[in-house]
Design a protein around this ligand. Structure first.
Ligand code: MRU
Length: 365
């Protein structure tokens, strides 16, 4: 656990050195381990194995990966071909969150415009630092815009806690600070609004029960962990006032990719007239894809993450399924725009409609 219950960032440069360090999120909250990223292979491993995870954070990690690539170049001058090759390797680490591709490409663009080795290394580091600072600021602003929504719901309810359901972990561990889905929750809690969070456990890797519950607990936000399939029941009994989730990639037409199970929560919310909000920075919008269900790549992970008790050795004792039963581990799903009440971005709140999204993001059609 962080010293004095204090949150730090999930990625940082070690003071007085050039080493990139991360919180290894795999054993949280039981074990707080810090790992060094020394090589591009370390960066790729950390992203693939979910030592770092969550769309904004893997974007920032990818940008630092390019800095590490430039620094570790075997030739005196990190060439265009070498850097582009390393950038492609990093981008391939996880397919669904657009932030990875976005941050690496943005960093690569700047780096390739520099002429000397020193400038290339320095500009990669500066860009990674900048993207990290921007994402922290984005999350802070998402919190402020989402706070207004929670205030309104609290006033309309006229008493009792605002019950918010969230899925997976879209907190500071997944971002840099504040989080996306959790940023409005933290802001509302700080403003003294009575609220309570239903935390989906988020099988198979339990990002909700391990990480979101831990984060909320550190800030004394009232919360309850629930099994993944509980949300529909709660909504039928008026025990959820709003849903807020994060996103790994959303289209300008309003479709939302997020952790597997999000779509079912959106369906239940729609059926029960519960507002369903998606909190995300503008770096999570994919400007190229229009039909999210058809075109957003969905990561298929190792079936053993589902077959064995997560975090334990792969022994017969720790099997959750018959030894020879196969499993399929789809990591994300897509919620169509028609089920999304609105987006909470750093620029404000808008409905999940193309014209409104474009206006908010200042994107031409
Ligand atoms: O597989 P993960 O843990 O990286 O999945 C993370 C999520 O699905 C988050 O909800 C999403 O990245 C939004 S994070 C601000």
């Amino acid at each position: 656990m962080p010293e004095n219950n204090e949150c730090r960032r999930p990625i940082w440069m070690a003071s007085g050195s050039e080493t990139v360090q991360i919180i290894d999120q795999r054993k949280l909250p039981q074990q707080m381990r810090v790992s060094n990223l020394e090589t591009v292979d370390d960066v790729i491993y950390a992203i693939v194995e979910l030592m770092v995870r969550g769309a904004p954070l893997i974007g920032v990690t990818g940008a630092y990966g390019l800095y590490i690539a430039a620094r570790n170049s075997k030739t005196d001058y990190p060439s265009d071909a070498y850097l582009t090759h390393e950038a492609n390797r990093i981008k391939a680490a996880r397919p669904t969150a657009i932030n990875l591709e976005w941050a690496v490409d943005r960093t690569l663009d700047v780096v390739l415009s520099k002429q000397t080795a020193g400038e290339r290394i320095e500009s990669a580091k500066n860009m990674a630092d900048l993207i990290g600072r921007e994402e922290a600021e984005n999350s802070r602003n998402i919190g402020l815009h989402g706070l207004a929504l929670i205030k309104t719901i609290s006033a309309e309810k006229g008493g009792g806690p605002v019950n918010i359901l969230t899925h997976c972990n879209a907190g500071w561990l997944a971002c840099i600070e504040h989080g996306t889905a959790t940023a409005p929750i933290y802001a509302a809690h700080e403003h003294g609004i009575d609220l309570h969070v239903w935390v989906d456990e988020t099988r198979p890797l339990n990002q909700g029960s391990r990480l979101t519950a831990w984060e909320l607990g550190m800030k004394n936000v009232p919360h309850t962990v629930i099994a993944d399939n509980t949300g529909g029941h709660l909504m039928q009994h008026q025990m959820v006032d709003m849903v807020i989730v994060g996103s790994d990639r959303s289209t300008l037409t309003g479709d939302v990719a997020n952790k597997i199970g999000t779509y079912l929560k959106a369906l239940a919310a729609h059926d029960n007239n519960v507002p369903f909000y998606v909190a995300l920075p503008s770096s999570t919008f994919d400007r190229k894809i229009r039909d999210g269900v058809r075109d957003i790549p969905i990561e298929l992970r190792d079936p053993d993450e589902l077959r064995y008790i997560p975090g334990f050795e792969k022994t017969d004792e720790n099997l959750l399924v018959p030894k020879h039963s196969p499993a399929a581990n789809f990591a994300f799903d897509v919620t169509p725009a028609r089920l999304v009440t609105g987006f909470i971005t750093e620029r404000g709140v808008c409905p999940a409609e193309e014209s409104a999204i474009r206006r908010l993001l200042d994107e031409k059609s």
